[in-house]
Design a protein around this ligand. Structure first.
Ligand code: F6R
Length: 616
């Protein structure tokens, strides 16, 4: 996955491009580059490494062009290197392209171009694109303004895979062409200037008015106009979407890292998620046209997602089953899409994706539609690819999440899915009014409960100082606490690089306990007072074998246990067991964060990871 930015206007493009890339670094950060048109000539600056290298390059080279494209890369084809960095140009340096996505048939296209005499120099899939455009451009006989657009369209017709492209041509020094297929791209309109980016936060400080391109729509840009063309190159009009987030919500706002800021934003994010869903008598999902007759016909629910979003699904499965009495399965999108799942028109499939761009989740959604299931996307990004595929889309409204490690998106996904379960249960009349009423009250109390939980910060900092040198950490839990433990464990792995694993508490004695030795760190979560004795006795078994234990417990559970046997006890406020993940995960997000800081790592941009995974 990569990030792209473009600018066309009256200002110096190169500095606007570098600023935009800095906001997109979470999408990829192994190389960066930009191209502008300088006196009718394409100039490219690029190198491997972070955007700050490009920033230095940009300062040294006084580019004055007012039209430009830029890219921050996360390598898929070819090692990070200057030659593999974007922008790529054709060999005559007349077309420059930046690309997010993957061209699956690039080897075939490379062969075709080489047979036509083109000399490609990089190991990337992208380099075929400017050369193909050049090839079709030279075949064009007309001399009208749309000659370049036809060449771009002919090139796109040959591409198999996903792409968001920005294209410059030296013959059109005042224009740019953009097009997308299965990779994100937004166009922002300012006054006599146009901004383009992979996502809205990168250009939110310049404009609030955005155009969202659909698959295989082209835009021909000048500084004062945007002309849209469909895949037959017929012109059409598009409505702009106005965004209400402000730029500050995607800046660090005084926090050292985005991850910490986003952990602290959870009370607000949950408030926004719940928003107006709980006004009045019933839970509102006006956008869903799913009545009692339809919901009564549903014999199974599938929740499909990847990573943290899948963990949110694991946490809400028991809630849906308890309230709606519908058998619910949770699956990893990359497994679901290849296993010929048993679903039909009586299956309701829910796809969770913060970015709305995850390739496996989108492919799983397409498969479910083919099998006639009803599909709902739960996402944080307005207009993201998943929303264009799903029958219904529900937005979590958590605000932009920039850190690679997901925090506020996860807790708001759980809150939103709990609301959805309440809505289904109210429509079906499948749960007692008391249970639903208590759950609604607990949902409304969540922001203040999270605020209270954030006060554990000093205790967490102290624990992180004793844990950051560990090689292995184990996480334990039962029921919903097990689902939370999975998420807490993923947080630690991805940002601290410490090996960690999660086990259902009762499963240890079936093998894993063999790994427990003197001094090993085990983190347990216990919030269900009905199961506290069982889980504590599992933890006692590992204490006997020398483990160091840290437990996260609800206030009620803390009053039921012998505290003297644990090394650390983190107490969080009581809430409904169905919402416990939202509270118990918070200190464990902070623990992963501070362990990573103790190790001196880049918390927001962990190695080998990218924010949205638009490749399989
Ligand atoms: C982990 C993390 C990932 C994502 C996963 C799905 O912190 O962020 O595991 O949850 O890649 O991404 P989305 O939700 O964008 O589909």
């Amino acid at each position: 996955m990569c990030g792209i930015v473009g600018y066309i206007g009256n200002q110096k493009a190169s500095s606007i491009l570098v600023n935009g890339l800095l906001k997109l670094e979470y999408r990829g950060y192994d190389s960066a580059g930009l191209a502008t048109i300088e006196n009718g000539k394409i100039e490219v600056l690029k190198d491997k490494g972070r955007v700050k290298n490009l920033y230095e390059l940009e300062k040294k080279n006084n580019l004055t062009g007012t039209v430009g494209i830029a890219h921050t890369r996360w390598a898929t084809h070819g090692m990070p290197s200057k030659i593999n960095s974007h922008p790529h140009t054709d060999e005559t340096n007349s077309i420059a392209v930046v690309h997010n996505g993957i061209i699956e048939n690039y080897i075939e296209l490379k062969k075709f171009l080489e047979e036509k005499g083109y000399n490609l120099v990089s190991d990337t899939d992208t380099e075929v694109i400017p050369n193909l455009i050049h090839y079709f451009y030279t075949k064009e006989t007309g001399n009208d303004k749309l000659k370049i657009l036809r060449a771009v369209k002919n090139a796109c017709d040959k591409l198999v895979g996903s792409f968001a492209l920005e294209i410059l041509s030296k013959d059109y020094p005042d224009n740019m062409i953009v097009v997308r297929k299965d990779s994100p791209l937004v166009i922002g309109k300012g006054f006599d200037e146009i901004y383009i980016a992979s996502d809205i936060p990168a250009i939110l400080s310049y404009t609030r008015d955005f155009y969202l391109l659909d698959n295989l729509e082209f835009a021909f840009l000048s500084r004062d106009s945007i002309k849209f063309y469909n895949n037959n190159l017929e012109k059409f009009q598009k409505e702009a979407t106005s965004i209400s987030w402000n730029a500050a919500s995607s800046d660090k706002n005084g926090y050292e890292d985005y991850m910490l800021k986003e952990i602290y934003e959870q009370p607000t994010a949950i408030r926004e998620t719940i928003g107006s869903r709980l006004d009045g008598e019933n839970c509102n999902f006006y956008e869903l046209n799913l009545d009692k007759k339809y919901l009564s016909s549903v014999n199974q629910i599938y929740i499909v997602a990847c990573g943290t979003a899948m963990h949110a699904g694991l946490s809400v499965k028991p809630t849906i089953e308890k309230l709606c009495k519908i058998h619910t399965q949770v699956d990893i999108a990359s497994e679901f899409r290849y296993k010929d799942p048993l679903i039909d028109q009586n299956t309701l499939c829910i796809f969770i994706s913060q970015s709305g761009e995850t390739a496996d989740t989108i492919a799983a959604l397409k498969l479910s539609k083919k099998k006639k299931a009803t599909t709902i996307a739960v996402t944080n990004v307005i207009g993201s690819s998943i929303t264009r595929e799903a029958d219904y889309s529900i937005y979590t409204h958590a605000g932009p999440e920039i850190a690679v490690a997901s925090t506020k998106a996860y807790t708001s996904q759980i809150a939103m899915l709990t609301l959805l379960a309440i809505y289904f249960a109210e429509t079906l009349d499948s749960a007692s009014k008391d249970i639903i009423q208590t759950l609604k009250e607990n949902l409304l109390e969540l922001p203040s409960k999270i605020e209270e939980t954030l006060e554990t910060i000093d205790q967490i900092k102290d624990i992180s100082k004793t844990m950051f040198k560990e090689k292995d950490v184990f996480y334990l839990g039962r029921g919903i606490d097990y689902a939370t433990a999975e998420e807490a464990c993923l947080k630690l792995k991805e940002i601290s690089y410490i090996h960690s694993e999660t086990y259902a508490a009762g499963e240890l004695k079936h093998g894993t306990i063999a790994l427990i030795e003197e001094g090993i760190n085990v983190i347990g979560i216990i919030t269900d007072s009905n199961l506290v004795k069982k889980t504590v006795s599992n933890i006692e078994e590992i204490i006997t074998r020398g483990a160091k234990t840290t437990i996260v417990v609800s206030t009620t559970v803390s009053s039921m246990i012998d505290k003297s046997i644990f090394d650390n006890i983190i107490v969080v406020p009581d809430t409904s067991i169905f919402l416990s993940s939202i509270v118990t995960v918070v200190p464990l997000q902070l623990l992963a964060y501070y362990i990573s800081k103790e190790k001196g790592l880049d918390v927001d941009k962990p190695r080998n990871l990218a924010k949205s995974v638009t490749v399989e």
